[in-house]
Design a protein around this ligand. Structure first.
Ligand SMILES: Cc1cc2nc3c(=O)[nH]c(=O)nc-3n(C[C@H](O)[C@H](O)[C@H](O)COP(=O)(O)OP(=O)(O)OC[C@H]3O[C@@H](n4cnc5c(N)ncnc54)[C@H](O)[C@@H]3O)c2cc1C
Length: 420
């Protein structure tokens, strides 16, 4: 065994970073383990995936975040085994770490729902690595198509009409409309079609009716072909097959069809609920074991009234802070409190100039669309950024980025062998 820590945190996402930061500031010795040396900002991954943003815009070094916090030690290694009863984790290099408390904040991964061909032939979009694979493959495919210039149609299919799918399909449509004519040729742009598929008859199903209609209308106006109300039955080479017999030709397929908990949680022996996530107690502790917290996308969390909470960055961040407070209460012998989520609503960017936001706590949310919705989105997402400089830069650049149709075509690593 390595050293002893008061708290072991697995995962440096919104939840893990918030918990470690809060505890470290209060003088608690924390070990934060992540398989990557960076903290990822998922709300903008779709822009990396569509070659509009570089990696440094969506990932920040964990060492930078915890610089000046001597109570938090960062270890970069994959956690391969978790023993919740011993509060012990084992990493891929065979080391074990044990604490008095264990915080599992390892996020989620794509759920392909056993759809034939999906795991092998589609690009999921959950991590920086996923976004770079997709963006790099997309840019190389465009280079190939431009070089060959054979007039063959190019079809990009996004599966899943939730916020990730809508944002990705919208951004792809904008890449086709504004980037390709500028950086390649209008001929290449004319060959491209973006499709969005969902088994539900509308997009943004978690939103209200007006938001769903607005997003569907905007996507259609941007040239996205919507295939709604029929499930995908199979992904085959060069096509997506729907249950009603429709075949959509496909050069690139993006999987935004759902998430499930990753192996850290599913292999922990803790009882799994919906999506393999842990149904945590109202105070964010895992059921049936002392001193273990499960947070963010790894958990099915509820608010103080027992309502299910969404898989959102703001929810994960608040849960991280709340768990830290409850751990401090445990240490000081005080009682833990149930998680009181401050619900800021739901938001999605359909495209530049068109966002949709349902602000404030449900069920009576304030519906905003267009620039006002973007301002709501900006307010909520700037809070999620991990550093003051990042917040200032975002406030300075995101508004002009939203209004203008100027797009860059960034360099991403060439993912040879990852092309699908
Ligand atoms: C494409 C996309 C767009 C989104 N857009 C928005 C949005 O606009 N607004 C919003 O509020 N929410 C958005 N979300 C949801 C939000 O990003 C998540 O709810 C949030 O990131 C969950 O935080 P987390 O800390 O639980 O997990 P994550 O942020 O996923 O962090 C998990 C961490 O655990 C690490 N990890 C995983 N497995 C291991 C292991 N075995 N060993 C060590 N480390 C491990 C990972 O490297 C990662 O750093 C989006 C999600 C996606 C996928």
């Amino acid at each position: 065994m390595d050293e002893n820590y008061e708290v072991i945190v697995v995962g440096g996402g919104f939840a893990g970073v918030a918990a470690a930061r809060h505890l470290g500031r209060k003088g608690v010795r924390v070990l934060l383990i992540d398989k990557n040396p960076y903290h990822q900002f998922q709300p903008l991954l779709y822009q990396v995936a569509t070659v509009q943003l570089g990696v440094s815009e969506v990932a920040r070094s964990l060492r930078d975040i915890f610089r000046g916090q001597p109570n938090v030690r960062v270890v970069v290694e994959e956690v391969t085994d978790v023993d919740p009863h011993a509060k012990r984790v084992t990493t891929a290099d065979g080391k074990t770490y044990e604490g008095r408390f264990l915080v599992l904040a390892s996020g989620a991964e794509a759920n392909f729902f056993n759809t034939p061909g999906a795991e092998e032939l589609t690009f999921p979009l959950y991590s920086v690595e996923d976004a770079v694979n997709l963006g790099g493959s997309l840019s190389m495919m465009l280079e190939d198509a431009d070089r060959e210039d054979d007039g063959r149609p190019l079809n990009f299919v996004v599966i899943g009409g939730g916020p990730t799918g809508v944002e990705t399909a919208g951004a792809l449509a904008e890449t086709v409309k504004y980037v390709l004519p500028d950086y390649f040729s209008p001929r290449l742009a004319n060959r491209c079609t973006v499709h969005l598929v969902d088994m539900i008859p509308n997009v943004l199903n978690a939103f209200g009716d007006k938001s769903k209609e607005y997003a569907g209308r905007r996507l259609t106006r941007m040239g996205v072909q919507l295939h709604l109300g029929t499930p995908v039955s199979e992904i085959a080479s060069g096509k997506v097959l729907l249950k009603d017999g429709t075949e959509i030709p496909a050069d690139v397929v993006v999987w935004a069809g759902g998430l499930k908990a990753g192996p850290v949680v599913t292999g922990s022996g803790l009882p799994g609920g919906r999506g393999g996530r842990i149904d945590v107690n109202p105070d964010l502790t895992a059921p049936g074991v002392e001193g273990v917290y499960v947070l963010g996308d790894a958990a099915n969390m509820t608010d103080a009234k027992g309502n299910k909470l969404p898989q959102l960055g703001s929810c994960a961040l608040q849960a991280g802070k709340w768990a830290a407070k409850n751990i401090l209460a445990d240490i000081e012998g005080r009682g833990r409190e149930p998680f009181d989520y401050n619900d800021k609503g739901y938001m999605a960017m359909v495209g530049r100039g068109s966002a949709v936001a349902e602000m404030g706590p449900g069920p009576k949310r304030l519906l905003l669309t267009g620039p006002l919705a973007f301002l709501g989105w900006l307010g909520v997402h700037v809070v999620l950024l991990s550093g003051t400089m990042q917040k200032i830069r975002a406030m300075a650049t995101w508004p002009s980025d939203y209004i203008t149709h100027r797009r860059s075509f960034v360099v991403l690593s060439r993912p040879d062998g990852k092309r699908r």
